[in-house]
Write a protein that binds this ligand. Sequence first.
Ligand code: X2X
Length: 338
Amino acid sequence: MMTTTRRQLLVAAGAGAAASLGAGVAFAQKAEFSYKFANNVPLTHPLNIRGKEAVDAIRAETKGRVDIQIFPNNQLGGDTDMLSQLRSGGIELFTLSGLILATLVPAASISGIGFAFPDYDTVWKTMDGELGNYVRAQIAKSGLLAMDKMWDNGFRQMTSSVKPIQSAADLKGMKIRVPPSPLWTSMFKAFDAAPTSINFSETYSALQTKVVEGQENPLAIISVAKLYEVQKYCSLTNHMWDGWHFLANRRAWDKLPEDLRAIVAKHLNATAIKQRADVAALNAGLQKELADKGMAFNQPKTDSFREQLRKAGFYAEWKGKFGDEAWALLERSVGKLG
Ligand code: X2X
């Protein structure tokens, strides 16, 4: 079943490429607004497949006035570098994990609290709702703008080249790559692991050269970035959810006339909903494909991980950092934490 879904996605990618060639001919005159959209994942990820669909729709509906070029797969640098470029205006559009954005907007990492979300329904209710609005308001104060709908990365799983992770005790001392974000480092320190902050652009080689033994990511990322080539074990921990904010440089956004802004936002937000469905399907079905490629899967009980976070004071510490208002918004959606 999964092979079909993946094939459909790849066919969609091909169709997108053809459509954009057509668009190039139709709108050969120079666009009034030529913007760059940069991101950290390969072209085969639904973020780029649907992203392409969105920029094609925007080009068509604006009759070529808004022309967005996609720079996938860290072509313009790692996440922290792309964030600087977004702020300076070197790139106009960028998708970034809320947790990494938290280096600039601390509230943005609240969606990554360990084991906060039980399922996707709760994720989208929360992030399309009040907590998401709260975070987007904080982002707006930073000179950036976040589209209303986040794009899905997914529930994250732990992988390693040395052993399956069966319980929190197996993480003790493990050299594990985490994305550059205080919350990620704090969480894996609370697990008693030895986390190192590494941008995704450097992750494959860090695993390959054994600078680190493990990493954690949703199955869609493990698949499209071929992390299965350098990792043996995959432990289905679902320890946190992660998604991308679709960010714009404020000055570039304000340059767009109101009607064009509405068209861009409409397509980015509508396409996000389709991208979420693609990622959910991939993450639900990729286990067999990755097993066929040689990964060994296990499904640990989550109790020991949750208990370890509680014992280490992780929830109490981050409740203090995020503050009562944000924490209450999160708990209103997901129930009492910690
Ligand atoms: O850096 C990662 O691990 C990734 C690709 O999941 C993010 O964008 C946070």
